[in-house]
Design a protein around this ligand. Structure first.
Ligand code: CTP
Length: 219
């Protein structure tokens, strides 16, 4: 295989984050990490030096990839920013948008007579927007968007508001693909264009996305 990313450093985030509530409970999401891991493998296969920041997943590290394991959105933020500089950042992780204001040191108990429990959540740092605004901004910053409807409108909104170079959107909650599946379709948008990758296996779609990234990366 040719090595279009030889000499390039590619940083990928993958998987969910877990936001702890107390010592036995957390808020998580259904991201398997498969897409991000496939992207890391595809970038490595094209000659890149790859750093993969992974949330809690049950996946083997692709050959030749340096993996940093994290749990929470705050840890993902620290690990990603700590791994800069890079030529490319691909934010495939499903980072929690909210985290409990406080982690209870003790297991939260049911209280007699109370049928509800209120958890106060606060916004997490948007890792992707932060990387795109960083003084060591990668030449290409690629985001993901999971949408249930109006894919192009929401994806282009995120492309602009987070100052991304590319955004890869998938339609979730439909037959098309997304979480907990082995196949996927990505709708990729950039300033002056768009394309559809798939439907195909996550490995094929990841390879096509990395080829697109390699073509759009400034020389
Ligand atoms: N992302 C991030 N840090 C966060 C939240 C999201 O880096 N704290 C990144 C993800 O890695 C992904 C993209 O942002 O690349 C997803 O965008 P986001 O606005 O979080 O999408 P949704 O969560 O679907 O947002 P909304 O609920 O507004 O649709």
């Amino acid at each position: 295989m040719s090595a279009p990313l030889s000499g390039r450093r590619v940083l990928v985030s993958a998987g969910p984050t877990y936001e702890d509530i107390d010592p036995v409970r957390f808020l998580g999401n259904r991201s398997s990490g498969k897409m991000g891991f496939a992207i890391a493998a595809a970038a490595r296969a094209r000659g890149a030096e790859v750093v993969l920041v992974a949330g809690p997943v049950h996946l083997d590290t692709p050959d030749g990839v340096r993996r940093i394991d994290v749990r929470s959105a705050a840890q993902m933020h620290a690990a990603v920013v700590g791994a800069l500089p890079a030529d490319v950042y691909i934010g495939a992780a499903a980072v929690a948008d909210f985290t409990p204001r406080q982690v209870s040191a003790h297991k939260i108990k049911k209280t007699a007579g109370s049928e509800t429990l209120v958890l106060e959540l606060v916004r997490t740092t948007d890792v992707l927007a932060e990387v795109a605004a960083h003084r060591q901004r990668p030449a290409l910053v690629v985001g993901f968007a999971a949408e249930t409807h109006d894919v192009e409108r929401y994806a282009r909104g995120k492309l602009a508001s987070k100052r991304l170079d590319l955004i890869a959107a998938n339609l979730v909650g439909a037959a098309e693909g997304g979480f907990e599946r082995d196949d996927n379709t990505l709708h990729v948008y950039w300033d002056s264009g768009e394309c559809r990758l798939g439907p195909a296996s996550k490995h094929e779609v990841a390879a096509a996305l990395v080829d697109l990234v390699a073509r759009r990366l400034p020389a």
